[in-house]
Design a protein around this ligand. Structure first.
Ligand code: PEP
Length: 257
């Protein structure tokens, strides 16, 4: 059975004090042995060490929002995967649509980053998702296939075990518009079939696929109840404890056979 995973993507938000306060409040609510739901937060780079301290000993794991794929060296402004491990990260988000669309990251670069992260011992939240115009043109599945193929190039049967997929329709990110439960389930089911074809049915059954895109306390339960939705990547609602905790609690209350 796949364990629920709820991860907060803080994006470029908060300052040191508010980051530590939020992480501390979350750590108090999520004890070390939290059975049904795995929980992580992904703060901006400068706050990783402080947040690592605030969540230490709790059930809250630490992730980064990006990484560079080369060994430490002359890459001004970049952060190596070894550095993320060094400050206590277990996770890194790669392929987020904001990096794809605003910063021009292509699947080829995302696959290099994914391979480097996994090889170093990090686990990856790999984001894929279509834009509104691609959905309206009926290209959703084609786009997902293309992104999966490109981003997972060179990822073998062992490495895929360290990767969680996040289906994040771009039109639902930060817009307040959420995919319907049917749209989410349909995309997740398609992604699982893709994994079965590219890898095998066992890997498809074991790989977790998160939904991301305006997840809130009000819609979390119905999304998480979908058979192929194994958790949530949460942006805006992860910045307030009173919004993030109910999403975690919603996952905690769901039992899937
Ligand atoms: C995200 O950035 O990954 C995200 C899902 O954002 P939001 O929840 O704010 O739509």
């Amino acid at each position: 059975m796949r364990r629920f995973f709820v991860a907060g993507n803080w994006k470029m938000n908060l300052l040191a004090r508010s980051a530590v306060e939020l992480a501390g409040a979350l750590a108090r609510a999520v004890p070390a042995a939290f059975p049904n739901v795995q929980v992580a937060v992904c703060p901006p780079f400068p706050y990783l060490p402080a947040v690592a301290g605030a969540v230490s000993g709790s059930g809250v794991e630490l992730g980064a929002q990006n990484a560079w794929h080369e060994m430490p060296g002359a890459y001004t402004g970049e952060v190596a995967v070894e550095m993320l491990l060094d400050v206590g990260c277990r996770w890194v988000i790669l392929g987020h649509s904001e990096r794809r669309l605003i910063l021009g990251e292509a699947d080829e670069l995302i696959s290099r980053k994914t391979r480097a992260a996994v090889a170093a011992g990090l686990e990856v939240i790999l984001c894929v998702g279509e834009t509104l115009s691609q959905r309206q043109a009926g290209q959703t599945e084609q786009v997902l296939d293309f992104q999966m193929q490109g981003s997972l190039a060179g990822i073998d049967y062992r490495a895929i075990g360290r990767i969680v997929i996040a289906y994040e329709p771009v039109w639902a990110i930060g817009t307040g518009v959420t995919a319907t439960t049917e749209q989410a389930q349909s995309a997740h089911s398609h992604l699982r079939k893709w994994l079965a074809t590219r890898y095998n049915p066992r890997i498809a059954a074991e790989t977790r696929i998160l939904y991301g895109g305006s997840v809130k306390p009000q819609n979390a339960r119905s999304l998480l109840e979908q058979p192929d939705v194994d958790g949530a990547l949460v942006g805006g609602a992860s910045l307030k404890i009173d919004d993030f905790l109910p999403i975690i609690r919603a996952a905690e209350g769901i039992r899937k056979s």
